[in-house]
Ligand binder design. Structure first.
Ligand code: MG
Length: 299
């Protein structure tokens, strides 16, 4: 059995012929938001409909990290290693401090509540970038049904002042996002409005030293399912969720190959001692494959 499908000779050097796709945890309803803590030797991920964040430890398995989680979705870590979380239920982005207390980074724009923050990334300058589609307030499945009061955009929060700015406003529903390794490009997935047939694709923006974006354009369109979440490796290749697994997209926007996963994938993150393992959240389970790649992930 093959765990991947190569479509370019470059991809053959990214994978290891004898490394399996392993199911490392299962029994969830919709897992998302994987984030690796090398210092604690664990993976955190969200089981959104069950309102909990799970923790997986190699050799030990999974247990509940936080419940209720306010229907947390995407996570990342900031430059100080702190957990940054998107919460559907409370419609906010939070930071878990080293002492365990919770700090609210953003919960409103223009005096109105956010929709349901979905995915988040922290730039090296400390600014927090997150997408705010409406998925978590459209039904009661992954949050609480509510009126949408702000458009579906990508925001940036400045660390010094807490000021919040709209950075991307040309999408139906922004979702996963990541910077290129040198932070000169920002990739954002548009997964379309719920209950509609909007086009779904990944866009890319040029990003200057001040974080200002320009030159919005389509980067890649996943042809099986959609790109919900993704991470970037050290050479700028993008590893995206898809309906049939994980698609590896070159910096030029071409698909190089696929890792085949038996459930619909929502998101991925790099981890392990050399950031060489790809953790894959996929519907009811989490999978892991060791790659001949190094991931880019704060801190
Ligand atoms: Mg997402």
């Amino acid at each position: 059995m093959s765990f991947y499908s190569s479509e370019n000779p470059r991809f053959d050097r990214f994978v290891l012929g004898n490394a399996p796709v392993k199911q490392i945890a299962t029994g969830f309803d919709w897992v998302e938001g994987p984030v690796w803590f090398g210092d604690a030797n664990c993976l955190l991920f969200s089981d959104i409909p069950n309102n909990r964040i799970m923790r997986w430890i190699p050799g030990e398995g999974d247990s509940t990290f936080r419940q209720p989680s306010n229907y947390a979705n995407g996570h990342t870590r900031d430059q100080q290693g702190r957990l940054i979380s998107c919460e559907h239920g409370t419609r906010r982005v939070t930071r878990t401090e080293h002492d365990g207390s919770i700090t609210v980074i953003a919960d409103s724009y223009g005096g109105k509540p956010l929709n349901s923050p979905n995915d988040v990334v922290v730039k090296s300058d400390g600014t927090v970038w997150f997408s705010d589609p409406h998925y978590g307030i459209k039904t009661d499945y992954e949050g609480y049904r509510a009126e949408q009061e702000n458009p579906c955009v990508v925001y940036r929060v400045l660390p010094e002042t807490g000021a919040i700015e709209v950075m991307v406003d040309d999408m139906n529903c922004p979702n996963g996002l990541a910077f290129s390794p040198d932070e000169t490009k920002l990739y954002v997935a548009d997964t379309g409005r719920m209950f509609s047939n909007d086009e779904q694709h990944i866009r890319v923006y040029d990003c200057d030293n001040e974080g200002m974006l320009s030159n919005s354009r389509v980067f890649h369109k996943i042809d099986r399912g959609c790109s919900d979440g993704f991470r970037i490796d050290a050479d700028g290749n993008l590893w995206s969720s898809a309906a049939d697994g994980v698609h590896c997209i070159s910096p030029e926007g071409d698909r190089l190959g696929r890792i085949l996963v038996p459930e619909v994938v929502s998101n991925v993150c790099f981890g392990g001692r050399a950031k060489h393992q790809l953790f894959i959240t996929a519907t009811t389970s989490v999978y892991m494959i060791t790659l001949n790649r190094t991931g880019v992930q704060a801190p």
